[in-house]
Design a protein around this ligand. Structure first.
Ligand code: AMP
Length: 301
């Protein structure tokens, strides 16, 4: 398994593979890997075949974090990640530094939010990718600038690793929709594959941020999955107004001591447009603060 830290070296390798007709599968991650990430690596391997190459990127992308978010304390363990990826048969791990990904970007600048301004500089990093429709609601509304950072880094990773296929998780449902749209709109010749959400035995969606769930918070974290299951049980009986169901689920979630609802949304899975009547087939997504962790989950009802 090769570990590559420079953009130039990664692009050279990818171009060589591309020239010789070898298929490349990319799995972008922020590291601190869990079984959900590894299921994406396994899908990438299936999609490119044994003669193809599986590339995994590990990069905690600063431009997708808001100024008050958890960038500096985001969990990291590169040594462990590399062992897991080697055991999975990964061909190359791309682990760039911030200087490599954003040369000239001013760290402290208030440039990553919407309307954020930065002093013009001839060497600064100043080009971003903004999806303007699907990224407005939910995570985009709660985390201004988040999808601008995601779109930008994923577009860069596409240009650096030249994949034929890239695998993303349904755990981040809106992100997957935004990336699919960006790929289509900007004509990246890449197939986007979406992998199902991997869960702990008790239903908690696997996430690097679950590390923040100390002591009893880990138990309380199950409340997102219980809310989804409650919603599924309700719509199985009959359609229900989004307003009523949202109020019921908020009450359920906040009956535990720690959880505070950020949002609960019901929407069309293709358009992400909110629905007034929740029926079978409606997509539900929610974000909940549990102690220091902000957890998200989603499911088809
Ligand atoms: P992250 O490292 O959290 O940025 O995630 C990297 C990729 O793994 C994204 O495409 C996520 O959607 C995906 N992912 C994260 N958690 C899970 C999970 N529990 N099941 C499936 N995919 C996941």
């Amino acid at each position: 398994m090769q570990v590559v830290t420079s953009v130039a070296a990664m692009q050279r390798l990818a171009k060589k593979w591309q020239r010789t007709g070898i298929k490349i599968g990319l799995v972008p991650t922020m590291g601190y890997l869990h079984a959900g990430h590894l299921s994406l690596v396994q899908r990438a391997r299936k999609l490119v075949g044994k003669n193809g190459k599986v590339a995994v990127s590990i990069y905690v992308n600063p431009t997708q974090f808001g100024p008050k978010e958890d960038l500096s304390r985001y969990p990291r363990d590169l040594k462990r990640d590399l062992k897991l990826l080697r055991d999975e048969g990964t061909d190359v791990v791309f682990v760039p530094s911030n200087a490599e990904m954003y040369p000239g970007r001013v760290e402290s600048a208030r440039g990553d939010g919407p309307g954020g301004r930065r002093r013009p500089t001839s060497v600064g990093f100043s080009t971003y990718v903004v999806e303007e429709e699907l990224s407005r609601s939910m995570e985009g509304a709660s985390r201004p600038g988040h999808f601008r950072g995601v779109g930008t880094v994923v577009a860069k990773l596409f240009n650096i690793t030249l994949p034929d296929v890239a695998v993303f998780g349904a755990k981040d449902f809106q992100q997957a929709a935004v990336i699919k749209r960006m790929t289509r709109d900007l004509n990246f010749p890449i197939t986007i594959d979406i992998a199902p959400t991997f869960r702990e035995p008790d239903g908690l969606a696997m996430s690097s941020r679950n590390k923040y769930l100390d002591g009893d918070l880990r138990r309380q974290g199950i409340i997102l999955w219980r809310a989804i299951q409650r919603a599924q049980a309700v719509v199985k009986k009959s359609p229900v107004s989004a307003k009523t169901l949202r109020a019921e689920l908020k009450k359920l979630i906040e009956s535990e001591p720690a959880p505070k609802v950020d949002y609960i949304e019901f929407f069309n899975p293709d358009t992400l447009l909110p629905v007034d009547k929740v029926t079978r087939g409606t997509q539900m997504a929610l974000a909940v603060f549990v102690g220091k962790a902000r957890l998200i989950d989603n499911a088809r009802l």
